[in-house]
Design a protein around this ligand. Sequence first.
Ligand code: C6P
Length: 415
Amino acid sequence: MTTNFTDFDIEAVRRDFPILQQRLSGDMPLVYLDTAATAQKPRCVVAKVVECYEQYNSNVHRGIHQLGDRMTTELESAREKVQRFIGANEPDEIVFTSGTTMSLNIVAHGWGRKFLRPGDEVLVNPMEHHANLVPWQLAAAATGATLRYIPLTADGRLDLSQLDELLTRKTKLIAVTAMSNVLGTINPIDELARRAHDVGALICVDGAQSVPHALTNVRSPQIDFLAFSGHKLYGPTGVGVLYARRQLLEAMDPFLAGGHMIREVFLDSSTWADPPAKFEAGTCPFIQAVGMGAAIDYVNSIGLAKIGHYEHLLSVQAHEKLSQVPGVKIHGPAVEHKGAILSFTVDGVHPHDLSDLLDRRGVAIRAGHHCTMPLHELLNLTATARASLAFYNTPAEVDALVEAVQGARRVFRLK
Ligand code: C6P
């Protein structure tokens, strides 16, 4: 485990990411602080995708020919990498989807619409990304179930003081993010999983932000559903994962129907293939999935614990320095309760103007509601600026962010 910045070979890491070496207009070096939106890709991931297209591109589970066999072997090997990466029992518990959003929709519609009944409750909370809220609104509307909300504390954590009253035998599922994409809050998944199971409910975890930055083991605590995206895990776009326990995948309905997900089709009815095929209708993003497997190999070659520790050190530096800039408010809990995400506002500067001014110095952040409108409503804001860090960022880049924010204040002539 590293204890300071110098123990981490950041120069070697940065050589793996060609995009980071470029200079933007005005000869500004790129300072990429938007990893929560999408992560950059190491050379080995790009090379793996090129290798697939140049050497054995062929549809999977279909062609009885050598290319089809090779591509299928590569895809199934990627599935095993994902299985090991999150500690699932078997590869068949890994469904390849187009991303977190699709994975969560499969749960809300495939499980929710089948098993929720009038009077049942689903427990959500205001910090969820729309992808783990709106599908549950639709599932509740379709079944007569009700959504209930775990409130947030003033510093942006789940307020579990009312959980005894909120979590009852009526609760059928808790939908919760492991890490907020805005506040960075790391939620107590262990406790929530245990408490859900105590009342016979399931837990559906949005791992979009946590899986790339912190070790995940779906068996400890026992997670029933886990969703995440390849593109935030240094892999290609267009691919994601739904993990669910085998019994759940067997019990729930398919969400999308078509080729590959069937066992038998008659003119008036059909039966389903076993999972994961049951949830992989049509041509799955097979080359992207193989690229995600290469990304997992890359992350493992460095070590996720080491990555997480380095990112935490960067985050501490960013919190300390940014919070000293006059007029800056960083939203969310103290740095020890969060991942390396800083959503902030600067008095007198709109987040979009701030993002624009930072961009002129090569500093890429995100501004907006980050697909969390209820959370921003609670914060009484329409938008925040967000800097999100990854293990390819440097302490100097954190300083560049802070200097750019100071520069923006000067543009607005703020004292
Ligand atoms: N958040 C962000 O800038 P997709 O788009 O399906 O890969 O991921 C959706 C999603 C779900 N949950 C969380 C916690 C997320 O952060 C995201 C994506 C991006 O914050 C784009 S809005």
